[in-house]
Structure formats: structure tokens, C-alpha cells
Design a protein around this ligand. Sequence first.
Ligand code: 6CS
Ligand code: FE
Length: 314
Amino acid sequence: MMIDTIEDLYPSRQKPEGEWLDRRDPVVRGQPGATPPVDRALIEAFARDGFVVLEDVFTPLEVKALLEESETLRRREDLLPESRISEPGKDGADAVRSVFAPHRQSAVFECLAADERLSGLAKFILGDEVYIHQSRINYKPAFRGKDFYWHSDFETWHTEDGMPRMRALSMSIMLNDNHPQAGPTMFIPGSHMKYVTCIGETPDDHYRQSLKRQDYGVPDPGSLSKLAEEGGIVAPAPKAGSVVVFDCNTMHGSNSNITPYERTNAFYVFNAWSNRLQAPFAGTRPRPEFVAHRDVRAPLKSLKASPPRPSGGR
Ligand code: 6CS
Ligand code: FE
């Protein structure tokens, strides 16, 4: 039986230099007749810029509970193998950079993934049922949190995970007040409309390196300069409880954190149910389940906002 291979609409890491391809997917699909779950102006900003900041989504009590749980996860000994990523370099070994798949390792983060304040908005924007493609807690530890070089998430998720179309988005929940100097995520407004292909092969088991420091699947300096010339660079530094929502193809990165201020955020990637992963377009072996979820039997059921309570605090 012939297996019809999915056409690769976004080929990357195949040519000796970067190309700019047009985006072939709408940014906001919406749900016909449905009222957006947030101000329409916020949806329009997301469509225009490729990201938007939602202030005060979670209460201080909720944030306290989430931060406590993120600390527990940072230290837990029984995490899924490989799901805790330390910072790169010899001095990074005992500094936790990320814990992946918290929603599969903690009831608190499982509830958060389904919280309708997040999943309801994702369903509206993507115009489909959704599921979690990937989640992580980024700690960006004080003094030693290293950078995340510029990249389009979609370029990696398409090339290394087999995500067919640009029909996914990320939500980053701030668990402490962001300081402009502590390495907040930087975005290039409007960059989501261009697909900047990358050069170079994809090494086998690239994730072992890329989750610490990404050297492949990053755009060339000329393309980055041109994108920044056209759209500028912004670095929202919102308060704890805010949520930054960004399109899967928005160019972003973050600088190292040498300040005493931790920058912890919980990060969920919502993918459209109709956009589930196929074989990686790079032809490489699929990345492990903790970083790219394939074992998902049904779309996410949204949970009414059920604010978790911190232990003790009432
Ligand atoms: O490889 C990935 O899937 C992850 N890497 C980065 C830097 N952003 C997207 C994603 O979390
Ligand atoms: Fe990213």
C-alpha cells in the first residue's frame, strides 16, 4: 500500500544558504461565530506582531502555588529520564535550565495545561481542538541562566518533529516578575510571516545538544539583521501572573541572566489536533516523547479555571 507522504511546505536545512519562504498558513483562524475569549484588540495584536502579552491572567495565590510546584520539580529525583536539562558548560552542571513535560509529572501543571484561560484561547486562535505538543519550565536561574539563541520554534518542530503546518502556538506563564535585565524573551514583531530556512544538517539526537544550546536550526545573521531592520526587537518584561502568547513561527531568543533575579516561566505549546506530528521532515529519528508528544489519544479537555492553592497559604 502506497503511504502518501505529506508534502514538505516548509523545507529547511537542505540548502547551503538561508531562504525566505512565504508563510502558507493563517495566523488566527478563529472559530466562526464565536466571541474571542479575550479583547479583540489582543487577538489583532497577536495576528499583526506574532505575539501578545496578557496581563494579570493568574492571581498571586495561583502564581505562588505554581512557583512552589516548579521548585519541587526542579529538585525531584524521580523525573522522567532526560526531562531535566542543566545549563551548558562545566559551571552549568548543577544549574537547572529546564524541566520538560511538567504537565505529565505534576497534577498542578496538568491542571494548568487544561486551564480554559489558556486552552480556550489556543482553541480560538488555532480554530481547532488542541493538545499539548510540548511543555517545559524554564528557570533561567539567577547569575547562570544561559541564552536561548534566535530561532523559530516551528523550524525545529517541522524539521525535527514532523509538525506539518504552522498551526501551533506557545504560552509562557510568568512565575516571577520579569526584569528587563534578567533575560526576558525577545521577539521580532512581524517575523512570523516569513519562514527563514536554515542551513546545515540535523545531527542525530540533536536534542541532547539543542535543549542546552542550539547551533543548528538557527537563522543566518544576514536574515536576522533584515528581520530586525523590518520589525525591530521587543522584550516584554511582564509581571508574575502574565502570559506571553506567541505564534510557532515568531523569531525569538533570550539573553543570559547574570542578575540575582530568577526568571521562571511555565511554557506550553498548543498544537491543532489536525496538525499532529508526522515523520520528521529532516528524515531523522523522531525526538523522544518528553520533548515532542506523539502518544496523545484525544484532544485536551478544557478545565474551568480551578485555581490551585499554595500549600498552607489561604
Ligand atoms: O527544541 C525545542 O523544541 C525547544 N527549543 C527552543 C529553544 N524553543 C522551542 C522548544 O522549546
Ligand atoms: Fe523557542
